[in-house]
Design a protein around this ligand. Structure first.
Ligand code: NAD
Length: 444
């Protein structure tokens, strides 16, 4: 039988059984391995005579535990020895020296656009993502210990990959209070990461990754753009100081208005563009996935999509690229229902603000910011939507806008060009034009 590519969707399908049997020549994608770890699915190689665990729970497992009917001629075999695997390369201490982002062009000789834009994209020859040793990455700093910063820090701590997480907040005592509270959860969360709080980025020390959530959040009746003056002063100051204290860090900007603040942080830091990214697309995509899944009907994590453009009115969710269970989402769900889900995703931030009556969404945003950092730390090669400096891809240049990117240890590895429908591409370019105008108004 010819080898097959085993992706994250296969892992999802096997989640209930808790075990996924693959052939000895099958290619298990990095994301599938990652997903298996997350969901506790054991991937076993079934060969004539042996069955051995390769991923998820790495403990060897006797063949008799493979459910009846599972594929693989080794179903009656007895050996449970894990096959030898290449030793993982030592993790780099800092993301410095990353390659600049490259753009997949559209010339005849350029690689074909990557589609579907699934997180399971597999770059031939890419190093397999490694389980990151606890404490292997020195330090993550979260600036702003408010609602979003707190959830971000909690998700990062739970991942147990950092030596230390430092929360920073100008509100005296706040970051230290949140840090102490979070540290108290170590035994419950199962992490060994130290958690510390302080008032300045200088006290935090040099970081590998910094998430900037400092600033004001929206209140009912406010648009994200209403925050621009206040937050630009905060983000500009924080980014300039981080450039001195953490010159090799990757900055993940969360503060709104997101696209403008990310470009502002990039300018203020003087960092190369691949080390300054904005978080919005991961959140907006997650909102769409949650809203579309019941109509699919399937689990939100089996719906794949990309929210591009701006984090606001000019958000673009190209339905041509959305899938469920590997097939086009538009085949599974009525177009009017999907259009409604897109609209609601676009307004989801305001919907939450209206219900909370004080402050804005923080659970999904904090989780989204942490997931971007963890995708970089784990070097998964996942393609995620993020605000990045466009460099010609999609015919857009010189402005931060939400695009599909492949993240790696050092930040943005590359901007990935997917095949958008003409109307989707036009909407994306229009979003970039609007952001450019707003950034222009902000320029010193
Ligand atoms: P919050 O008010 O709960 O927390 C903000 C914190 O920043 C406060 O604790 C404040 O003291 C602190 N702060 C202010 N200036 C600072 C400085 N110079 N240095 C350090 N800390 C400073 O707000 P929140 O709900 O956590 O939201 C934070 C930001 O994230 C807001 O701008 C919000 O609009 C934005 N946000 C973005 C997204 C997104 O998708 N990008 C989603 C949700 C929220």
């Amino acid at each position: 039988m010819s080898p097959r590519v085993v992706g994250a969707d296969d892992v999802d399908s096997a989640a209930q059984a808790g075990i996924l049997a693959v052939g000895p020549r099958d290619v298990v994608t990095p994301l599938a391995r990652e997903r298996a770890r997350e969901r506790g699915v054991e991937i076993v190689v079934a060969t004539p005579g042996t069955t051995a665990a390769v991923s998820g729970d790495r403990r060897a497992r006797p063949t008799s535990s493979v459910p009846a009917g599972d594929p693989g001629p080794g179903a009656a075999a007895t050996s449970s020895v894990a096959p030898p695997r290449p030793a993982p390369a030592a993790p780099r201490p800092s993301p410095a020296g990353a390659r600049p982002p490259t753009v997949t062009g559209r010339s005849a000789t350029a690689p074909r656009p990557v589609r579907p834009p699934s997180g399971a994209l597999f770059r031939r020859g890419a190093p397999l993502p490694r389980a990151v040793r606890p404490g292997a990455v020195r330090r993550a700093v979260v600036v702003g210990a408010g609602n979003v910063g707190t959830v971000t820090a909690m998700r990062l701590a739970d991942a147990d990959v950092f030596g230390e997480i430092v929360l920073v907040d100008v509100d005296e005592g706040r970051a230290r209070g949140v840090a102490l509270d979070l540290a108290h959860s170590a035994a419950l969360g199962g992490f060994a990461t130290r958690v510390r709080g302080c008032e300045t980025v200088e006290e935090a020390g040099a970081a590998d990754y910094v998430v900037i959530t400092a600033g004001r959040a929206r209140q009912p009746g406010m648009s994200r753009a209403d925050l621009v003056g206040t937050n630009a002063a905060i983000v500009g100051d924080v980014a300039a100081r981080l450039a001195r204290t953490s010159p090799d860090a990757v900055l993940v900007v969360v503060t709104n208005p997101l696209d403008e603040m990310t470009q502002h942080a990039w300018r203020a830091s003087g960092f190369p563009a691949e080390r300054v990214v904005g978080m919005a697309g991961v959140l907006d995509t997650a909102r769409f996935r949650a809203l579309a899944a019941p109509a699919a009907p399937d689990r939100p994590d089996r719906v794949r999509a990309l929210a591009l453009g701006s984090h606001g009115e000019e958000m673009v969710i190209p339905l041509s690229q959305a899938t469920v269970g590997g097939g086009p989402l538009t085949d599974a769900v009525d177009r009017a229902v999907l259009d409604a889900a897109v609209d609601r995703a676009r307004g989801s931030g305001a919907e939450v603000v209206g219900l909370l009556r004080s402050g804005s969404a923080f659970l999904a945003p904090g989780t989204a910011a942490a997931s971007m950092v963890l995708a970089m730390v784990r070097d998964t090669g996942e393609v995620l939507p993020a605000a990045v400096l466009a460099d010609g891809a999609y015919g857009i240049r010189g402005v931060y806008v939400g695009l599909p990117v492949r993240l790696g240890r050092g930040g943005v590895r590359e901007i990935v060009e997917v095949d958008l429908a003409p109307a989707e591409l036009a909407a994306l370019r229009a979003a970039a034009d609007r952001i450019r105008e707003r950034v222009g108004a902000l320029a010193p």
